[in-house]
Design a protein around this ligand. Structure first.
Ligand SMILES: *Cc1c(COP(=O)(O)O)cnc(C)c1O
Length: 488
């Protein structure tokens, strides 16, 4: 062959290990019980394929100078690639992380962390359980009956129903009651919540016609009065959640609206979004509709999420008039949107916390929101002291005043005062440190602000602190040793 590179490449390719060869090595063999044979074969082929491409690129980039590849060196490279691929597979699994962002209801990180009681209840019901079984008479029972009663008791509603999430709940309500008719919504409430929940889209999906009224900032009772006609089926109120109009604004009180819809014989439906089961004003959350207030104010149906401020599992909860709830229960769409025993277990245990009146200490979301700046400062100070016991050159750690964010669609700008731990390094950029934290065995998710990595202990369970300390120590030590040069 005239081309020495082509000759070298084909020689190297001939020395590549085969799929079977790799699968029968001790290294891959040891992992087979965990990986599974078929999947291991796929990964091995991928590894060889990658190696093949690398060889070609490597040899072509050299100008004829030959470097000897051996069977052993290629086998070692292939095994390393297999290891990397398997590591990637494992890392892309759903896994635990430590949230140091200070965003309490972090949608990307699974929203509300569950309470100890909720976790125990999930484990307890994970085998056979009384999901649809009545112990009293030994016959079939009604699914979710107990949890629905708890919700009704807490909110003062006649009935309750649990579905997959709040989006499903709103969609279900509109499908059952608005279908074919007109739904009146204020222009100030035609919002997108995130994760593609857009009020106009949900409405049109349900088969309803949107009748928008008022203006972005002001909608009056008279706007509703004028809009309601013989085609109107529902008047919908939406809590704008993560969007807020301030200044020259107006909207009718819920009670006024309830009186109007009752008189005109149409349904008043409120999508409260997060909603609150107890008054959260002391957490600065005076914008969140209290579900019990909506119910007593005469709203016919209210929907809200189970994993936002409620602090439970992902679910959408519908509360309201008993006959309406029963109508929804009978609709085929409800069957498609119902939840599992695991969700009922977690939700039920979380609701028990509210009825025991210890939710503020036992439900993590509320406990975290309740932490004062001084409580967090005391923890942060101790934490920094212990971090300082490790030798880390070029790493600067200090306490920084700041704010924690509620998240989960709560009003923008609502922050809880906190005390942050700021980390700076002379050798590594903040984004490099943030990435190192993220790459830890138990990934630590941090934020960067003003050119430093920030740790907010508000969202760290006290039982997690020890592990967090160990991870920070070892990653920061690595950062101060290696001192990655490139400042990306
Ligand atoms: C968050 C939110 C939703 C969506 O809730 P999911 O439980 O995520 O489906 C719907 N409506 C409002 C007003 C919200 O705030």
């Amino acid at each position: 062959m005239a081309n020495p590179q082509a000759a070298e490449l084909s020689a190297a390719l001939r020395m590549l290990p085969s799929t079977d060869e790799l699968l029968s090595t001790g290294e891959v063999g040891r992992l087979l019980p965990e990986v599974g044979r078929a999947r291991a074969a796929v990964l091995v082929r991928l590894a060889i394929g990658e190696l093949r491409l690398e060889l070609a690129a490597d040899i072509n980039s050299r100008s004829g100078r030959t470097e000897a590849y051996s069977r052993e060196s290629l086998l070692t490279s292939a095994l390393r690639k297999f290891d990397d691929l398997w590591r990637q597979c494992r890392r892309s699994r759903l896994q635990r992380v430590i949230n140091v962002t200070g965003v309490v209801i972090h949608t990307n990180l699974g929203r509300a962390p569950l309470s100890k009681h909720a976790i125990e209840a999930m484990v307890d019901s994970s085998g056979y359980c009384t999901l649809e079984y009545d112990l009293e008479n030994g016959k079939r029972g009604r699914r979710g009956d107990d949890v629905e009663k708890l919700i009704a008791e807490i909110t003062g509603a006649e009935g309750a129903l649990v579905v997959n999430n709040c989006a499903a709940a709103a969609y279900l309500v509109l499908t059952v009651f608005a279908n074919g008719g007109e739904v009146v919504v204020s222009r100030g409430e035609l919002v997108e919540i995130g994760g593609d929940f857009r009020v106009p889209d949900v409405l049109s999906q349900s088969g309803a016609t949107l009748r928008e009224i008022g203006t972005t900032n002001r909608t009056k009772l008279s706007d509703y009065e004028r809009a309601i006609n013989e085609n109107t089926t529902v008047v919908m109120r939406v809590h704008p959640s993560n969007y807020k109009i301030v200044g020259f604004t107006d909207k009718p009180e819920l009670a006024e609206l309830a009186e109007l819809t009752r008189k005109r014989g149409v349904l008043l439906f409120e999508d409260a979004g997060s909603g609150a089961l107890i008054d959260l004003e002391r957490f600065g959350l005076d914008d969140e509709p209290l579900i019990s207030r909506s119910v007593s104010g005469g709203v016919d149906l209210v929907t809200f999420s189970g994993d936002k401020l409620l602090g439970g599992a992902q679910a959408g909860i519908i509360v309201g008039r008993g006959n309406l709830i029963e109508q929804i229960r009978k609709h085929p769409l409800y069957r498609a949107l119902r939840v599992s025993k695991i969700v009922y277990a977690a939700l039920g245990a979380t609701l028990e916390s509210y009825l025991r009146e210890d939710a503020e200490t036992t439900v993590p979301v509320l406990r975290m929101l309740g932490l004062t700046r001084d409580e967090i400062k005391a923890r942060a100070k101790r934490f920094v002291e212990r971090l300082g016991e490790t030798q880390m050159s070029g790493i600067e750690i200090e306490l920084v005043e700041g704010g924690s964010v509620v998240g989960g669609g709560s009003a923008p700008g609502v922050e809880r005062e906190t005390m942050l731990i700021g980390i700076n390094s002379s050798q590594s950029s903040p984004s490099e440190i943030e990435k190192l934290f993220r790459s830890a065995e138990t990934p630590v998710i941090a934020r960067i602000e003003n050119d430093r990595v920030l740790i907010d202990l508000r969202t760290v369970d006290e039982r997690e602190e020890e592990l967090l300390l160990e991870i920070l120590k070892s990653t920061l030590q690595a950062a101060s040793r290696s001192g990655t040069q490139s400042h990306s």
